[in-house]
Design a protein. Sequence first.
Length: 430
Amino acid sequence: MKAFWILYAGRLLSVLGSALTSFALGVWVYQESASATQYALLMMFSRIPSLLLAPFAGSLVDGVDRRRILVCCAIGELVTSAALVLLQRTGELRVHHVYVLSVVSACLSTFDWLAFSAVTSQMVPREHLGRAGGAAQMGNGVAQLAAPMVSALLLESAGLGGVLLVDCASFVVGLLLLLPVPIPALPAASRADDASPWARLTRGWTYLRTRRGLCWLLGYFAAINLLVGMVNALAAPMLMELASVRAVSVVVTLGGLGLLVGSVVMLAWGGPRRRVHGILGFIALGGAAVAVASTSRALPVVAAGAFVFYLCQPFYGGSSQALWQTQIPAALQGRVFAVRQMVAISTLPLAAAIAGPLAEHVFEPLMRADGALAPLVGQVVGTGRGRGIALLVALAGAAMFVLSMMASRVPALARLEDEPPDDEPLAPAA
């Protein structure tokens, strides 16, 4: 697995550099435009490409040498970062430049994630795939925990240009680590496909239709991501009604610490043997933590809930990744993972769209001192400003728990890991 860990180290550096730049560019766009809408547009431009491009990216990942895709994406990200540095250094950087380059970066990231996910199952033995998933989650945890603070310090000391240079350097080092890594290529027979371009493009969909358990799992994650998206959208407003911005930052940091701790444990442990149990159990635990914490006005309780919620993510995320990697044939992983990504995250824009209006126009009026739910629910959640948001977050957490319990009773999900894949996509056992 030495080759995989070298590949992972380069990717981790690139992820950290990108997280620094993402935070810094968001601050810069808001300072330049003084517009929350323009800031939100930057977030949208960084997410929409993965929804639109995933089917085409997945088909390409399965049809060409995946190593070339990883190298091309690394070079593309380096060029994109260098373009930002050049525009900033010459004083020509404008908000619309950031939008365009964010779209380019998001497109490259889509190809890169699909290729990396596919080659992981070729390079890592079956029994270590859970640890590989934990390592990937750890990178996200480190980025969430450290990126805002480090990026803010760099902005104060070196400005936006300093952050962009660090990002450039991370891509250079990541590329240098990637180039000598031997990544196994799929056999020519596995890549050969005489089907029409449209059939190749839709092969991921048609394959999933034959696997009822995976379809159930995909639908479950789409529903869970809708609820998690609502929690993430409403967490900051709920917290800011309870405490100062500094106190809120402490809660966010504890959440990032939970993500990091969970990732380290997952990396060492590898996750439960029955991965479906790990997915459903840890999502249920995370939902329960959200439901309990959001009903409290005590900041330590809320902070503990945030820690547990993020602690669970590496366990169910790593278990899910390992499950998909063991169940999908190597020659189809790019296309199937593209469908998986597209469906699973398709509910996130909906969550962002409905969370605010529901909280502001429905739940907040219900939880005023004279609101319709105040006499009954107010005894648990409290009444007044921000408690309607808290109630909606608590309901989302409770729904995560209930959905997980219901999913555990679905026979197709219970039998999923007993169904052998169509071929053996994995690296040999160590």
